[in-house]
Design a protein around this ligand. Structure first.
Ligand code: PLP
Length: 387
């Protein structure tokens, strides 16, 4: 292969049908939201993954904001969230006035450590927001048990978790996003299935379905009106404009038609990284992704965790010299400029460790097998030279 070809971190994958369906949407004369393509996408998700009801949104951030509104989060309420996550996971609840109670990640992977949640629950706690990091399930049996015991709402941040599953204690395989009362997905161009910007709210609890449609449509009962259930529509609740235009839904539809192709390609890339880096993991040089028995792998990303930030910095420089662009992400939110003085001061060591030591490797549909093998070989070479 050409050795000096730049390997970016991400490259959005196009199936070839996107502009075709967008053209169709434009020519249909209906460009606003909740049209034919929106309904096709929503029906696909509901049938494929068993979500009770889905609503496309303009981002996962939007879907989380809808969830926070549906959960009726108010000033003084507490919401338990992992600190090692994207800003939006917390921000959606902060906008409603919630106090965020940050929880630490596990030792084996960056998901919330479920054994640390119960002591954080108080009489003010309203919700738990588990994040399925890298599309790998959190232990949802334990989280739902706590939710039942303390009457809490569970909102899955499933931004990275499309087409991934949790096997529950009864051996049933449940799609991520179908277990909590509510769940939010992202179709941002860095995710497995994309529409540039885009997202979806999944609603699995009947209590929230009617109100979700109202919040989605600027606080009006317009969806009911279009179904002929009321003879005029008006302002009935709070809300915003959360629905994407048909042009976006048309783009997304082209991706959904190719979902299994995209997924099998990504799984291949993931497996090749895993094979190439296994020895470094066994030799205790790096930590590779850990997938618990109850979880499946949707190949959202491949990451490694190194010993400290100095090693990570050096490895980034080494790979960039080879024209390979890895990225690190998530600085613990409890230490962020915006929230550190509102945090209760507990240190969250695993979250900080992933902030310093986790590195994401290039991962996209068009990444070639020989490129993956080459990247893994370079990483082996780096650790060989830095014994
Ligand atoms: C990508 C991501 C988001 C935000 O998604 P947007 O669609 O960009 O709003 C939220 N949470 C997690 C864990 C993510 O990875």
């Amino acid at each position: 292969m050409e050795k000096n070809m730049l390997i970016p971190f991400n490259k959005p994958f196009l199936t070839g049908k996107e502009t075709h369906y967008m053209y169709e949407a434009v020519n249909s004369g209906k460009l606003s939201g909740n049209g034919i393509f929106t309904k096709k996408c929503q029906q696909f998700f509901e049938e494929q993954y068993g979500f009770k009801k889905t609503l496309l949104t303009t981002s996962c951030t939007d879907a989380l904001e809808m969830a926070a509104m549906l959960a009726n989060i108010k000033p003084g309420d507490e919401v338990i969230i992992p600190s090692y996550t994207f800003v939006s996971t917390a921000l959606a609840f902060v906008r409603q006035g919630a106090k965020i109670i940050f929880a630490d990640s596990g030792v084996n992977n960056p998901n919330i450590d479920v054994d640390l949640i119960e002591p954080l629950i108080t009489k003010f706690t309203k919700a738990i927001v588990p994040v399925h990091y890298a599309g790998i399930a959190c232990n949802m049996d334990k989280i739902m048990e706590l939710a039942n015991k303390y009457n809490l709402i569970v909102i899955e941040d499933a931004a990275q978790a499309i087409d991934s599953y949790f096997v529950n204690k009864n051996g049933e395989k449940k799609a991520l996003g179908s277990i909590g009362h509510l769940a939010a997905f992202s179709f941002h161009e860095t995710k497995n299935i994309i529409s540039g910007e885009g997202g979806m709210l999944a609603i699995n609890d009947d209590r929230f379905i009617d109100r979700a449609e109202v919040i989605w449509e600027k606080g009006t009962n317009r969806s009911q009106f279009f179904r002929g259930e009321v003879n005029k529509y008006g302002w009935v609740d709070t809300g915003s404009s959360f629905l994407p235009s048909e042009v976006i839904a048309a783009f997304l539809w082209a991706q959904l038609e190719n979902l299994s192709l995209i997924q099998s390609k990504r799984i291949n890339i993931w497996n090749n990284y895993h094979k190439g880096l296994k020895k470094l993991n066994d030799d205790n040089k790096i930590q590779v992704p850990y997938i618990p028995n109850f979880a499946t792998n949707n190949a959202h990303m491949y990451y490694i965790v190194v010993k400290n930030i100095e090693v990570r910095d050096a490895l980034i420089v080494f790979l960039k010299e080879k024209q390979i662009m890895p990225v690190f992400h998530y600085l613990s939110l409890h230490l962020s400029q915006y929230y550190h003085d509102k945090h209760d001061g507990r240190s969250l060591n695993q979250s900080d460790r992933y902030s310093d030591c986790l590195l994401r490797l290039p991962f996209y549909y068009d990444l070639k097998e020989e490129q993956v093998i080459q990247i893994a070989a370079y990483i082996n070479e780096f650790f060989e030279a830095n014994k």
